[in-house]
Design a protein around this ligand. Structure first.
Ligand code: CP
Ligand code: NVA
Length: 301
C-alpha cells in the first residue's frame, strides 16, 4: 500500500517536520522536484472548492504532472461501483489521487484499496492539508517559537479537529473556544490530550481561549453540507466572533488566521480580516507549497 494522507496523524512528528521543510524548500525554489513527471493525478471533488482545487492543480503541474478534475457527476463515488473497485481502477491510470468529500471513512476506504497515494482535500471530519499549510504560515510569521499558543474560536469542525490532530504530534498550546453543542470530535480531543508536550483547553469563554494567543484562528460557523443550519449555529456561536475587541486579549504580535472562504461579518469582522495582523492570504498561498510538499513526500516514501 502506498503512503497516504487521510489525516495529519497518518504522519509521525518527524514526518510532519519533513513535509514542512520540503514545502518551504519548494516555496523558496531551493528544490524543484518533478515527482509527478509523466504521470496524471485525479482530483475528485464532491464538494465546492476554490483554494484546494486550484492549488492542487497548479501544484501537480509544478511537480511535472497532469491534473484531472473529477466531480461526483462522473464518478458517483460508492454508487456506480464500490469505493474499493474505484480505487483499484484509478490506481491503474494515475500516480496520485486527491479527494474532497463528506465522509472520512470514504477517504480511508479509497486509501486502503489504492496502490497510489491518496490525499484528503477535506472531509466533514478533517482538513489536513489546510492545517499543515497554516502551521507553515505560523512558522514564517512567528519564527523561533517551539510551541505556539493557538486560539481557535467558533465551530468545532474539521478545522478544529485538524488542529487537535496536529497537537497530537507537535507541541501546541491549543485553546478552543466554542459552545457546548458545537464541540470538536471527542476521540480526536482525547488523543490530543494524551500528548504530554501539548496543552489542550476547550472552553465556552472566548476571552479565555484568546488570552495571550500567538495565533487567533476562526472558520465559518456552518461548514459545507450544514448551510441549512447557518442561522441556528450563528445564534450559538455569535459570542465567538473574531473582532477587534476580542483580539485585544491576544498577544500584541498575534496573527489572525482563517482557512477561507470567510463569511465576513459573521465569524470574523472586516476590520480584523483586513488588519495588518491578518495573514489569511499567506495561508491561502501556502496551500500550494504545502500540497507540493505533501505530494512529493508521499510519492517518495
Ligand atoms: N480553505 C479551503 O480549503 O478552501 P476551498 O474550500 O476553497 O478549497
Ligand atoms: N469548515 C469548512 C472549511 C472550508 C475550507 C467547511 O468544511 O466547509
Amino acid at each position: 500500500m502506498a503512503r497516504s494522507l487521510t489525516k495529519i496523524t497518518d504522519l509521525t512528528a518527524d514526518e510532519v517536520r519533513e513535509v514542512l521543510t520540503l514545502s518551504a524548500d519548494m516555496k523558496s525554489g531551493k528544490i524543484t522536484p518533478k515527482s509527478l513527471e509523466g504521470k496524471s493525478a485525479a482530483c475528485i471533488f464532491t464538494k465546492a472548492s476554490l483554494r484546494t482545487r486550484i492549488s492542487f492543480e497548479v501544484g501537480i503541474s509544478e511537480l511535472g504532472g497532469n491534473a484531472l478534475y473529477v466531480t461526483d457527476n462522473e464518478i458517483k463515488l460508492g454508487q456506480r461501483e464500490s469505493i474499493a473497485d474505484a480505487a483499484r481502477v484509478l490506481s491503474r491510470y494515475v500516480g496520485l489521487i486527491m479527494i474532497r468529500t463528506f465522509k472520512q471513512s470514504d477517504v480511508e476506504e479509497l486509501a486502503k484499496y489504492a496502490s497510489v497515494p491518496v490525499v484528503n482535500g477535506l472531509t466533514d471530519l478533517v482538513h489536513p492539508c489546510q492545517i499543515l499549510g497554516d502551521y507553515l504560515t505560523a512558522t514564517e510569521h512567528l519564527p523561533g517559537k517551539d510551541r505556539y499558543r493557538v486560539a481557535y474560536l467558533g465551530d468545532g469542525n474539521n478545522i478544529a479537529n485538524s488542529w487537535l490532530n496536529l497537537a497530537a504530534l507537535i507541541p501546541l498550546d491549543l485553546r478552543i473556544g466554542t459552545a457546548e453543542d458545537t464541540q470538536p470530535d471527542s476521540d480526536i480531543v482525547t488523543k490530543a490530550k494524551a500528548k504530554p508536550d501539548s496543552r489542550i483547553v476547550i472552553t465556552a469563554d472566548p476571552k479565555e481561549a484568546v488570552q495571550d494567543a500567538d495565533v487567533v484562528y476562526t472558520d465559518v460557523w456552518a461548514s459545507m453540507g450544514q448551510k441549512h443550519l447557518a442561522d441556528e449555529k450563528a445564534e450559538k456561536l455569535k459570542k465567538y466572533q473574531v473582532n477587534s475587541s476580542l483580539l485585544e486579549g491576544a498577544d500584541p504580535k498575534a496573527v489572525v488566521m482563517h482557512c477561507l472562504p470567510a463569511e465576513r461579518g459573521r465569524e470574523i469582522t472586516d476590520e480584523v480580516m483586513d488588519s495588518p495582523q491578518s495573514v489569511v492570504f499567506d495561508e491561502a498561498e501556502n496551500r500550494l507549497h504545502v500540497q507540493k510538499g505533501i505530494m512529493h513526500f508521499l510519492l517518495t516514501h
